[in-house]
Ligand binder design. Structure first.
Ligand code: SF4
Ligand code: SF4
Length: 357
């Protein structure tokens, strides 16, 4: 990480205009929450407010993995969708610490060999990530319960830390270092007082998280706790309000499941597309069967789908990828129409485990 530089707030939008990207997406504040908008269309005041507030409701996952896209054309169809994707560069401005960790998780699944997804890889290579410290946490944020801090520590090109009258800027990659070296004015060296102000703001955000999550107590060892509590009654209570809408997986920055399908595209021409899928949907794990035979489905029961979301993120992912599949962003809590709160579910599992021990 480079030395911190100070960027005056009134030069922020001009500076962000210099980051590489055919498209530049940025957090802008709306009446209810921060959203992603095009930098070229945003008012400077909206950008300043968006980068000084809590994380946006939607993650930027759809930049790297659109909810729906073409992945192949064949027969008489023309054009290679991958070639089109490879031409576009995108800067994403306002990525929070939790999403930088989500990015590391998605990279393991979608980018690292031998199973790299060429579309994800092309977009990832063509992306420039500008992260930002959380000056405030959303009500559902709980990164502290996972032992994480509310500011980015890796997986970004530049990081912004809000301070009085502007931002401190630090590079986290060679691309970021180069951009800072070329920027010259309006950057100046950060003062000790500004560095202390940044650290105080980070402490304040961490204290907010500690306060709002004081009633929750997560297991020390998810892989021991979850399998031994799957029959506990609290799971049935939690399940009773889940309507299988899949909202929790759609907003989750680490959920990556997709469905492939083929469709006709004119005479002799065909396309292959893919759309986001959800482990919460009926039919998600159903397999093919010969005509007249029932299709096997290892997770036909609603409970088994409901528990799978928790098991995959907190039990299987550490086993297969060496890391949790949840970053504590709280989006699934905020979006759930059944008021399923992941913090409450895991705290109940922890309590039941402790009682049975
Ligand atoms: S958002 Fe809530 S109701 Fe919808 S599938 Fe997820 S847990 Fe169930
Ligand atoms: S499971 Fe919920 S809290 Fe965890 S990363 Fe996904 S949306 Fe965020």
């Amino acid at each position: 990480m480079s030395e911190a530089k100070f960027l005056p707030g009134d030069r922020l939008v001009e500076f962000l205009g210099s980051v590489p990207g055919d498209r530049k997406l940025v957090n802008v504040s709306s009446e209810e929450c921060a959203v992603w908008g095009e930098l070229s269309e945003a008012e400077p005041a909206e950008v300043l407010a968006g980068l000084r507030g809590a994380r946006p409701f939607y993650s930027f996952k759809s930049v790297l993995m659109p909810a729906s896209e073409l992945v192949a054309r064949y027969g008489r169809a023309d054009g290679d969708p991958l070639e089109e994707v490879s031409k576009l560069t995108v800067a994403v401005i306002g990525v929070r610490g939790c999403e930088c960790r989500a990015l590391a998780y998605l990279d393991k699944v979608m980018f690292d060999e031998p199973m790299a997804d060429p579309f994800y890889a092309a977009r990832r290579e063509n992306s420039f990530i500008v992260a930002v410290d959380c000056a405030a946490a959303a009500e559902s944020c709980f990164c502290n319960l996972l032992g994480e801090a509310p500011y980015p520590e890796a997986n970004y090109d530049l990081n912004l830390s809000p301070v009085q009258d502007g931002f401190l800027v630090q590079a986290g990659s060679e691309k970021g270092e180069q951009l800072l070296a070329d920027a010259g004015s309006p950057l100046s060296d950060a003062t000790d007082a500004q560095l202390e102000e940044r650290d105080a703001m980070r402490r304040k955000a961490a204290e907010q998280l500690t306060g709002q999550n004081a009633d929750y107590d997560f297991p020390d060892d998810f892989a021991a706790t979850l399998p031994s509590t799957l029959e506990e009654v609290f799971w049935r209570t939690e399940l009773s309000t889940c309507v299988q809408c899949g909202g929790c997986t759609a907003v989750c920055p680490t959920c990556y499941c997709f469905l492939l399908f083929d469709q006709a595209a004119g005479e002799g021409a065909y396309e292959r597309g893919r759309v986001w899928d959800s482990c919460q949907f009926t039919g998600y794990s159903e397999m093919a069967a010969a005509p007249g035979l029932a299709k096997p489905d290892p997770r036909r029961e609603h409970m088994s789908k409901f528990q799978h979301r928790f098991a995959h993120k907190f039990w299987y992912s550490p086993l297969t990828l060496g890391t949790l599949g949840c970053v504590g962003c709280g989006r699934c809590i905020e979006t759930c129409p059944g008021a399923v709160d992941l913090r409450r579910v895991l705290s109940q599992a922890n309590k039941a485990y402790a009682q049975d021990a």
